[in-house]
Every structure is written in C-alpha cells, then in structure tokens.
Design a binder for this molecule. Sequence first.
Ligand code: CEZ
Length: 798
Amino acid sequence: MSQQSDLFYSTKERITLTSPTELDQASGYLWNKKMLLQVNCAGYVKSQYMQHDASKYSYGPNIEAKTFMMPEQEFYAHHPGRFFYIKEENKDSLISIPFAPVKSQLESFEFSVGQNDICWRIKHGGLKYKISLQLAKEDVVELWSLKIINQTNKVKKINVYPYFSIGYMSWMNQSASFSSELNGIIASSIAPYQKTEDYYKQKDFKDLTFLLSNKKIDSYCAQLAAFEGTNGLHNPEALKQEILNNDSANYQTPAAILHHHIEINPKKETQLNYLFGPAKDIEDVKQFKRFYFEQNETASSKLKFDAFKTASMTGPDVLQIETPDPDFDRFVNQWLPRQVYYHGRVNRMTSDPQTRNYLQDNLGMCYLDSNATRHALVKALSQQFRSGAMPDGILLNPKAELKYINQIPHTDHCVWLPLLLEVYLDEMNDYQLLEEKIPYADCSDRHTVREHIERSIIWLVNARDERGLSYIEQGDWCDPMNMVGVKGIGVSSWLSVATAYSLNVWAKICRQSGKEDKAEDLIEKAQEINKAVNDYCWIDGWYARGITDNGRVFGTSDDEEGKIYLNPQSWAMLSGAADSVKMNQLLEAIEANLETPDGVMMLAPSYTQMVEDIGRITQKFPGVAENGSVYNHAAAFYAYSLYQQNYSDKAFRVLRTMIPDGSNIERRGQLPLFVPNYYRGAYHQLPEVAGRSSQLINTGTTAWYYRCVIENLCGLKGSQGDLLVNPQLPSHWNIMQVTRRFKEATFNMQVERDENVVSQQVYLDNKLLDTAKVTNIQPGKEYQLRVLIPIVNENKFV
Ligand code: CEZ
C-alpha cells in the first residue's frame, strides 16, 4: 500500500479515498459490454446502457436531454444515485450512506475503487457498513450488497431505507409500485415518441426499472414526492415515521425506496443484496431474480455475487512494468489498460462512434485483443464509399443512425486508416489482411483492404487546394472547428501534415508488403504536402492552424487569441515537415506558450469571443475542451511525436503529468484511475480553475498513451513478426523492468544504465545481439532480455 496523500492510498489493484468531501467529484467507473456506470464517492451515479443506442433507467427529477457523454457534469441534490438511509430505532438521528443525500459527518469513510467492483467502508454509531457494487457479466443489472456489522455489545435495532433514483422516466406514461412476488419496486414507462414508425422501433425497449431485495421488506415508497415531502432528500418527510406509507406513483415521478427493520446481535452482522436495472417486462425481472438471487449460492452469505456472474473489466495482461515511479507503474499496469479495454469493448456507449474515435480506440485495443481490432478495421472499411471517402461515424448495428456530430462533414477520417493498420500489422504481422476483399457502403464490388486504403489515400490527396493544403470543410480532428472551411475553400495545416504522415505510414506498409514502387510515390507526395505546409503555414517560429475561406491565416503570433495550436506542431514533427531548425523553434514556442504545471494546452490564449471564420470552438468556455484546455488526446499526440524524435524526457513528462497524484489531486478533483479527456487550461487567463478534471473517461488519449508506453518508453515494438528492442527511459531512471506479451510469447526485459556502454546493448538469454531485435519468435516461449544503456551525465528530466 502506498500513501500518496492523506486523502487517498493505493494498493496493487485498488485506489481508496478516505474523505467524502475533500474530493467531492471523485468517481470510479464500472462497465460491461452493454452498460456503463460512473459512480461518485458520495453515491451519485451516472448510468447508461445500450439498446439500439445509449439509454437510461435512472434519471434526474425532470426531462433530460438525450445526448452524448459530457464533461464536467456536476452533481446536485436530486442527481441520480444509490443511497441507504439509516435510522436507529427510537432515535431521531438520520444518516445516509455512502454519504449523500443527508451528508452528515461519518466517523470513518472509505470509497474504494477496484478493477471490477466499487465498495465503501463506513463506521458510524457502533456499526460498520460495507457497501459493494458489481455489474452483471452480460446483463444490464447492478449487483449491490450491504453488510452491516454490530461492533458493540448491545443489540442494534436499525431501519435501513435503500433509496435508488428512478426519476422522471417519460412525459407519456410513468408509474411505479411494489411487487410482493418479486419483493421489489417495479417502475414502468413508455419511452416518449410522436412518429408512428417509432412505435415499432421501440416496442422491445426496456422501459421498466426495478429494484429487488433478497430480504423481505417491511414497507416501501415508490413515489419521489411522497418520500421527500417539503423537506428535501437530505431529510425526507417520509422518514419522520419508521414505516413508509407504501405509496405508489401514478404518472408521478417514481423512486425506489424499500424499508428493512433489522436487529443485529452484539458482534454479529447482517447482509442485504439488491438488484437494480432496466427490464423489458416482468418476465425479464423474474429471470434476473432467479439468476442472481435464487441460483446464487453466495448471495445470502458472502458480500460478493458469484464471480462467473459478474463483469470483468480488465483485458488480457499484456504489459507489466516496474520502474522507480510506483505510482506511474500502478497506473500503466492496472488503470490504463482497463480504460483502453473499455474504449475497445464499449465504443464510448454509442451505436455510431465517430470514425476517428472508432479507429483510434481500436488502435489501443490492438495490444489487448488484436482480433477485435481486425474486426473493427474490416467493419469500418465495409462502410467506406467507393470514392474512398469514409463516413463520419461507423454504424455498429442495423438500427444505428448517424447522430449529433456525425451529421456534420469532417475531412480527416481517412487519415487514421493507415495508422491503425500500421499498429495492427506491427503487432500481428498479418499482411494477409491486405488481400482480404470487402464491399463498400455504396457499392457491392468487393475490393481488397489494400485497394480500400489506396482509395482513401487518393481521397485525401485529392481533397486539397491548389496550394496542396487539405480542405477542412466543417472540421477535422477538431470537431467544433466548423467555420474555417464551410465554404469549401478553407484549409487545415493539421490535416495537411496528418495526411503527409498517413501517406508515409502507408508507404512503409507498402514497402513491407512488396509494393516498393508505390512507396516511392507516396513519400514523394508526402514531401510535396510538407513543402506546401512549410511554404504557407510556417509563420514566426511555429505552424499556423489553417487558412480560412477568406484566406486569413490563423493560429499565428498575429492573433490576440488562439495564437498557437499544439496539433500542427506535433504532427509536423511526425510527417517530417519540421526539420531540426523548425523543430527547435516550435518546441520553444510550445514551452513558452502552451506548457503549464497541469500539462500542455492544445491552444493559447483561449478564445473569449466568437471568431466567425473559425467557429464553435471559439465559443466554448475558455480553457474548456478544445478551447485551450489541456486536451489530453492532443497532448498524447505530442508525447508520441516527441518519442519519435528521441525527446524521451519531454515525452515522459507529458505522459507523467496526465496522471493525478498527491501533489495535485485536489486541484484536479479526481483519483488516478483514468485519464480524463481534458484538464482545464487557460492557465494564464483563469488560473483559479486551471487543472480541474473534466471527469470524462471517453478519450482518444488512452490508445496513444498505451502506444507510447509499449513502443517507446519500453521500446518493445513489433516489426514484420520480429520484436524491436529500443527502450527510451527518462534520464532520471537508471533501471526498468518490463514483462511484455508479444505474439503469444513472453519477454522479460531488464533495462539498466551502465557506465561501460556508450550506446545501447541488447542481450537475449545472455547473448549479445548484433541488431536490437528478437527474430524467429516462438509462441509460448519465455525470453530474457537485458538491455544496457549509457549513463546520462545531465538529468534533463527536471
Ligand atoms: O468530442 C471529441 C471527439 O469525440 O472531440 C475531439 C475529437 O477529435 C473527437 O473525435 C476534438 O474535437 O462537439 C463538441 O464540441 C465536443 O467537444 C466534441 O467535440 C468532443 C466531446 O466533448 C467529447 O470529448
């Protein structure tokens, strides 16, 4: 166990917060392939599940907009949650655990997040409470357990009132009542609709929400208003008396409140289990009751539900590191692969993930489950158009439709195809994939993957103006940059260098798959694009962000706001546009304008007013999301580009700064168990909120972060079936141990600095290798690697 601050401590697989108030936005997340819960330390819960598309079963107290997951969603008194009111018999004192809604001082509090469960340990009034939450393996069901231990020498008589939010379900039809047969609250609704055809679309919707208990209840309340009365949830009217009024909700906002009167003998304990979730009909609920309660040997006794019935959120164990930085190790070994796996398995809880997100999330998944990546690549290419263009979103099921941002034309989606293919081929050496035949979205001709990629490359090369710069239309990687090229003239410097980089990557793949001639053409074209970017976008020491429909170059020192953007700089390093002179200049410009203690901002200064020839990005609150936050996805690109140029210390600092630790956790407001999509930026404009976490776990950062760690920091990168060995340690590390699974073999690597070596030496099973690569790798075999690297005189990682 390492105590990283008096607020939290970590063990190998858990992070535990010891205060419900010091980090009040702190949360953990649990998921299975159909549902996602973000659970806050006080008991508030954001829950959603997939039916055709993201849906809810526990809502706020009034109609909620159906939209994609948002950053910085604050909690409020009626925010949905899972709470247990506790009242000792004949005593007025009322508490609620884990903390909200009563929020009274508790004697001791722990919020502990594990890989596959979340639990709370609370002591108060001579009783010890352990609340545990797991998710079902496949079903959309929350599995809750509450264990109460009487630590006193007297019999304890208490009333327990689990309050699980249901909220405002539907303006068409909502109600709730108690089912004695199921021993629980059943709330039912009709998902609102007006178009006739929607009736048939949603006939099989799970419009019921249920809360079942495995212990006979004494009374209940299924109506929010009746429970709360005029007092509010911190002191509900209904709890003025011991027995609840057994209120139903009849087109009134439902709630699920049960009541158990319990007597616990001295030093004895009792255990209560609950199932909560959506269902299509009563039969569905009965089935869950049978499966999770009746057929669950352990339900009545032990805290946990049968392991085979609960979700596991950790992918295969492919990488373990041990370095001088245990907090970093814990994050890389446990929490990062868990977040990468979540993205690859859950697709950000949508049925039409944005194409760039889908491809990048599967880039990360390639290290954990390369078959899933192969499947995703084939699926994405089968939705490509014959023209070579890629859609803005990938439809994951026959009923899926392109929604929200996927209805706005973005021009970058083809760029990510060769990048994903490169990681897949390096990891799996599966060049046969290039010959696999796949149809198009708008044509049944089946062409090879190679042909599909060729068409996407031609599409990218043709989507450029007379200067050779890439059109941006209503956005590139930056979604809300929607007015630079809305007239079809404006261009993006980022997309231009990204296109050049993508061409170079495809050239490498062509060279590796015997298409030498193609490779030459591609590299030439990439150089042509790099030249155009240098000719038109290199201004005063860094790359501008683009040129608008009216020919205004923006993202330069001439701009008051949005002077410099990070992405064009890092990708110009990747594409080869930036030679060493320009690289030094742009790195200085980044250091001077974008670097902050919380990380590298994606642009600065943040916009404080609308700029009509740039667009929506300038209307976002300064320092939030794309408008100058520390947008970790962009920072991860920067780290990757720095590693390619051997700026290992700078790259490691960018990665290390993304993980909250004792020195900045209060500022960031989250536990080090995920990388959020951003930390507040606008560091020089709004320092008081800079560094604040968006708390949003959906981010393309994780794929690139994992790639940087595996291929650069550890330097164990696949190449045509071999494993290249070239670790890039930060200069303040003298040693590192790594275990990596690659091509079903295990590589144990020890890296150490040695004053007798001037350049890296690689020993395989104690034999010095001529070249730093392991060839002829045998599946199932275990390999010992020892890498000696020079001592660094100057520790550049300060
Ligand atoms: O969505 C992300 C996208 O999922 O924004 C990134 C983009 O590369 C990702 O593909 C950068 O723009 O529409 C908006 O204003 C939102 O800001 C989305 O752009 C943003 C969501 O907030 C999720 O972060």
